[in-house]
Ligand binder design. Structure first.
Ligand code: AFP
Length: 314
């Protein structure tokens, strides 16, 4: 019975940067968020604040709570130099007294439109060293991970030495190692895309979807919460697609906050991710913290098959 804390301590010293304390702080925050998510149907925290974030998206109370808790914990914990949240237009910096070495990008509660229908939601994070600019390519991530608040709560992360998953035992209050060295199946039978937008996709993607529908055993699953759709992809294999379309040429997902953490986890789990112009998103230097990118992520064979529908892979 190895806890996440035990695991983090065992890993100490094996990597160039020591993010043990920082990951432990994120773990602690995630337990508090998890307890609020579980209670959200019962208490008056459910519902909308009536506010919109800087991008015109509705902010819900639980998002607000998770965002403030993460920002306050990380900025006062002595490990972090700056945080970049999906809910904030600009980075927020630690005071001189609390200044640390790391920059953390996070989405405090991804899939928040699923909160009031009790579907899985999650927290996503990517960690960089402050020696670079705030805007660093995803390949420079020191660690990345997500917490899924579903039928179980799981903390899944990589620090460049494989992907491991820990499941929360709510009675004890600890995450225990439950999914050691997660390997994404090389091939899969599930595709995950919002097909309501099919008429706005390019012809190559539409042809690929038609091809999938003719393949035996192929199934479609789409929660609409990236953490849930990607978690299934890690465990069962498959392909997750949030492509560009005619109304959103760069898609909906944020490069730094959503796509890069999952691209890094996917690479570590033996899968494949492509983004803008079907290139590896981890190599893109962001121009802005809230840049968007198409994201096609999943089992290597399925992503390669998707790419074969594009001339020159574009
Ligand atoms: P919300 O946080 O507004 O629910 O958005 C979730 C999300 O960013 C991501 O988790 C989903 O994959 C994606 O949006 C689903 O949106 P579309 O189906 O409209 O692309």
């Amino acid at each position: 019975m190895l806890t996440l804390t035990d695991y983090l301590l065992n890993e100490r010293g094996k990597t160039k940067h020591d993010v043990t304390i920082l990951l432990h702080q994120i773990e602690n925050v995630s337990k508090i968020i998890a307890s609020h998510v579980k209670a959200s149907g019962l208490i008056d925290i459910l519902g909308k604040t009536g506010k919109t974030n800087t991008f015109g998206e509705e902010v819900q109370k639980l998002d607000d709570f998770a965002n403030k808790l993460l920002i306050n914990t990380l900025l006062t914990g002595g490990q972090v130099h700056a945080v970049v949240s999906e809910e904030n237009e600009k980075p927020v910096f630690a005071t001189k007294a609390n200044d640390g070495d790391y920059i953390v990008f996070f989405d405090p509660l991804d899939g928040s439109s699923n909160i009031d229908v009790t579907c899985p939601i999650g927290t996503i994070f990517g960690i960089y060293h402050k020696s670079g600019d705030i805007l660093q390519p995803g390949k420079d991530q020191i660690a990345a991970g997500y917490i899924i608040y579903g039928s179980s709560v799981m903390f899944v992360y990589t620090a460049g030495n494989g992907v491991n998953g820990f499941t929360l035992d709510p009675a004890v209050g600890n995450f225990f190692l439950s999914h050691s060295k997660i390997t994404m199946p090389q091939d899969g039978e599930i595709y995950s895309i919002n097909e309501a937008y099919e008429h706005t996709f390019d012809k190559e993607l539409r042809a690929y979807l038609q091809h999938l529908k003719k393949k035996p055993h192929t199934a479609s699953r789409y929660v609409g919460s990236m953490v849930a759709d990607m978690h299934r992809t890690f465990i069962k294999g498959g392909i997750f697609l949030n492509p560009g379309n005619t109304s959103r040429p760069k898609g909906k997902l944020r490069l730094t906050i959503e796509v890069n953490p999952f691209a890094y986890l996917t690479e570590q789990a033996g899968g494949k991710a492509v983004g803008l112009a079907n290139k590896n998103p981890l190599l893109t230097v962001p121009e802005h913290i809230h840049d968007r990118t198409p994201a096609i992520i999943g089992s290597k064979k399925m992503v390669d098959e998707y790419l074969s529908f594009y001339k020159d892979g574009k």
